[in-house]
Write a new protein. Sequence first.
Length: 439
Amino acid sequence: MVKEVKFADLTNFYRKVLEHLPDKRTGNNKSYSIMDAALGAFSVFFMQSPSFLAHQREMEAGSQCNNACSLFKIDKIPSDNHIRDLLDEVSPAAIFPVFDCIFNAFQKTKHLEKFRFFKNQLLLLLDGTEYFSSNNIHCDKCSTKAHKNGDITYSHSAITPVIAHPNYRRVISLPPEFITPQDGHEKQDCENAAAKRWLCGTGAKYAELGVTILGDDLYSRQPICETTLKQGFNFIFVCKPDSHKSLYKDYIDSGIKIESLEVKRRNSKGKKDTMLYRFINNIPLRDGDDALKVNWCEVAIINDAGKATYRNSFITNHVVTEENIADMVLAGRTRWKVENENNNTLKTKGYHLEHNFGHGKKHLSSLLMTLNLLAFLFHTVLEFTDKKYRILREDMPRRVTFFDHIRSLTCYLFFKSWDDLIDFMIEKRKLTSLVHNTS
């Protein structure tokens, strides 16, 4: 039987990495440890409760016990200001090994294999998202935008890679790449440059697993495509006519023969749709003798009234055929999940990604964003690998309900461990029989 990955396993991965965090403090003023600060910040994101530590300090004062200690093994609860001061010196990259540990454990449980789709590949989605913006608060890591009226907008953005599957609502978060001013570069950093850094750096280790990179039209440029291929990845990128005028003028719309396929189907509402596919292989992505040769495909969905309800086109290095075009297009369309199932979830479903939990002068903003991603990954992995957690979440399908319950319970009741908290909720919701009867 495949071993489950429990909350204790995930927190152990995290704690082992925290043991190596740098502590640049001098002197004897070390009443709070770097580990407690990092555990405390993470606990706020995992519990989706900005007041979690405050509630636990109150519990400690009244009953000499608290859930911050029992659930997250925090020795001494730091104040919010202590957490911000201590963590500002910590680079997000110091936390990245936790993502690797969790990914490896997820792989060993065989759950990662469930994410394979087109040509037995893992679909790895890249997209940039902004998580901080202000006209006043800023640091040296901020991107800047000058306005005509003299105002300057300061912001933080990042590439947030995930592994996804067309049929799964969950995505597996991977370490981010921050869009931030680079040493030795006068130009502003951008999403494309950050994506190439991720592909050549943090993300390079995933290529050996058999991976197809997905991205929007921003990625379907020759430098990104070449970098993707050089690192051993495949790609399927959105390819719009407005941004690829020579490709469409000289080939797609030139009257040359393009293969086509028509497929009838019933949509999710039970109504008839027609899927119209077109494709052509081995055409140049741009003008010039050095143009990369790519394969192009298009899908249009026509409803029973004859109206096009969806249309999109893609470029890829995979050879397109009548036999694989439906799955290829479905794989390409999966790229929206990085926005809906990852970025939007983090911004609107309780993780408050765009909230300023603390900006700092060095790394704080990006480190807290990384811990927020890590908390999201914890919950995703538990939903796959922890039977009790999964049963409880299925009984409370609305995310907000689940987190409302754990926030309220941990505010007033003490639990010796995460398992005790989950067992309490399962018992009170009369789900014990499901736990015993489900393999």
